[in-house]
Design a protein around this ligand. Sequence first.
Ligand SMILES: Cc1cc2nc3c(=O)[nH]c(=O)nc-3n(C[C@H](O)[C@H](O)[C@H](O)COP(=O)(O)OP(=O)(O)OC[C@H]3O[C@@H](n4cnc5c(N)ncnc54)[C@H](O)[C@@H]3O)c2cc1C
Length: 402
Amino acid sequence: MIHDVIVVGAGPAGLFAAIQASSRHQVLLLEKKDSPGKKLLITGSGQCNLTHTGSVRDFLAFYGRHGSFLGSCLQQFQPDDLLDFFRKRNLEFYISDEGKYFPKTNQAADILNILIQECQKNGVAIKTCERIEKVQRKDQFFLLESNKAIYEAKKLILTTGGMSYPGTGSEGDGYSLAKSLGHSIIPPRPALTPVCVSDFSMSHLSGLSFKEVAIDLFRDHIKKASFTGDLLFTHKGLSGPVILNHSRYLLSGDVLHINFLHPLQAAGLIKEMLDYIQHKGSHSLINFFRAYPVSRNLVKHFFTAIGIKQDLKAAELSKALRTRLIQQLTNFQIEINKVQGFSHAMVTAGGIDLKQVDPRSFQSKICPGLYFAGEILDIDGDTGGYNLQAAFSTAFTAGKSV
Ligand SMILES: Cc1cc2nc3c(=O)[nH]c(=O)nc-3n(C[C@H](O)[C@H](O)[C@H](O)COP(=O)(O)OP(=O)(O)OC[C@H]3O[C@@H](n4cnc5c(N)ncnc54)[C@H](O)[C@@H]3O)c2cc1C
């Protein structure tokens, strides 16, 4: 049997592309795991941050250098269209303080179930435990070989994801399939991933988070970039949106200069501390920090680290210790030992070279009838629902275009 359309990979992109294509074609969806959407189930810690508030124009800024490539598909299928698709199937959403959309049930499984039900309703055949290992063009058809059978299709949509969290099925298979059809692959790299710091002196503060810290990135003593955002200490180093969202730019050996008191700079802090010492010299130094949105545990850690007694009176602080304390709080330097790999990365940067894909249809420019959607493409977004939105919008366009 020659299928109209075969979709390879039943993640959110594959399921949604299959739904779209099934309005006009007979569709077969092949998945190598024993059930679809393994990664979708763990998104947003199992609660699924589906998308984000903001206009299409706002969205484009959250995909690094590749945002503009998504312009057309985000216009065709906007965040509101995505929410409406699920609302029409009785799933409501709430918005977190940061502007992230989650289903009111807080269950990623509800998103997945709707996608599977919609596939069933539209007659999409889903076959699991089918790992596609080889693909070739034969005349005007695609010939696909799985671990179990051989399939033929007129059109092929590759939605095999990237390489992150390989246990969910995304192990980079799609790259070799696309290569065998003539596509170039931008080398895949882990993104949205935490960093490790060797002998991290703050592992006892793991779980502590900081709002809106400012970080300057130095490489070989040269300032390369500046970021602002929320930071989290882990057992092994640093995470939180400001690290995850910029991990695509970070390398081992980079030095981060962190200002925990952003936007206050060292000069402002010295002035305010001198004021406090002058007027409240008999008070505990640590109480000075009550006026600042900085964790008391962090301040205590710095006291210990540089040898300040926890109950020191403000007037007893020497100039040398004052300078060191202010430096720790406003210009704390930490060297990245390792940027975590694919097993910790939420997404994969790199993938199918966008130069060989038409952004209006997501069809290959070099192999007619071949389409791509989702994370297999060289597109990765920030945390906040941007990656799922990209998976759904690219899948909408690819699925409609076949
Ligand atoms: C822990 C975690 C949390 C996340 N949370 C969020 C979040 O809250 N919001 C957000 O926007 N993004 C989140 N993401 C990112 C998001 O999950 C992905 O960007 C998204 O799943 C990509 O969808 P996809 O369909 O392109 O690929 P995937 O979801 O990776 O699906 C690809 C599918 O293809 C199958 N496959 C692979 N190779 C083959 C083959 N050879 N033959 C057959 N099938 C194959 C795989 O088994 C898999 O089922 C998170 C990621 C992780 C790891």
